[in-house]
Design a protein around this ligand. Sequence first.
Ligand code: ZN
Length: 316
Amino acid sequence: MVLPILAAVALLAGCEIPEGRSPGEPLRVVTTTGMITDVVERVGGDRIQLHGLMGPGIDPHLYRASAGDVRRLDSADIIFYNGLNLEASLGRVLEEMRVRTETVPVAEALPRELLLEDRDVAGAFDPHVWHDVALWLRVVEIVAQALEGADPEGREYFRANATHLMEEMKELDLWIRTEVARIPEERRILVTAHDAFGYFGRAYGFRVEGLQGITTLTEAGAGDVQRVARLVEDHGLPSIFIESSRPRRNVEAVRAAVRARGVGVEIGGVLYSDALGDRKSAAGDYLGFMRENVRTIVEALKEPPTVNGTPGRPWT
Ligand SMILES: [Zn+2]
């Protein structure tokens, strides 16, 4: 290997190489969403020094980089992000980083034929791939390969961690299928604040209706509220859902519109859509996040709507 002259001189003089990683130092890794951070943490373990930018409840569509974030991104050896325009407001910063740092947009690395198209924007894809466990399992492999490339000595370690995580994810995928089977087919409809659950719906057999589109950059209109209210009434849905990283007002507007039609409907609970829960909570890691969502969905949809505890309609 030919070292750049400056680095070679620095090595001869016993000094540190001014840029880049010294041998034996952990890889400096920066990630965006909690779902990515969790996978990278599980695979990279103590061979990496990890910083996740987005904490619990943060909306990745709207997240903007602080000066501190830019510094961290700037000094990273590898950056993992979702891509497919999920981190819309970080787009330019990530684009700039691409020129000089290894950046891995994990969702963009998935085979195109497995992606869902964005219903509202021609040529764009739905970025919320983590809601399909089998698809997110492929991201584990993408992360492992990138870490191996940057730190070949860690190959076996990364491989073992990735294999272990993928086994857990396969079990989770099977568990989800068993759980959702408890909901009668006609009520497998998710009404949520924005279109985050398209991959969940495709993987586990739900129709999905978001009040806002794929991004949260545009607001839902009154027409959306009425359209979704009609759907809730037509299908006799007992519950609709709010999202942890979105304001609840749009979903509450749907509940009010449904009730104005004389039909009972409840808020079925909070779904984690685009961010993990608090680190110490049950939804603080990816596996727990998925489990919590499925528990909430099954609990809220398995029984028909009730009025004062008695099954039936209309709302009084
Ligand atoms: Zn989203």
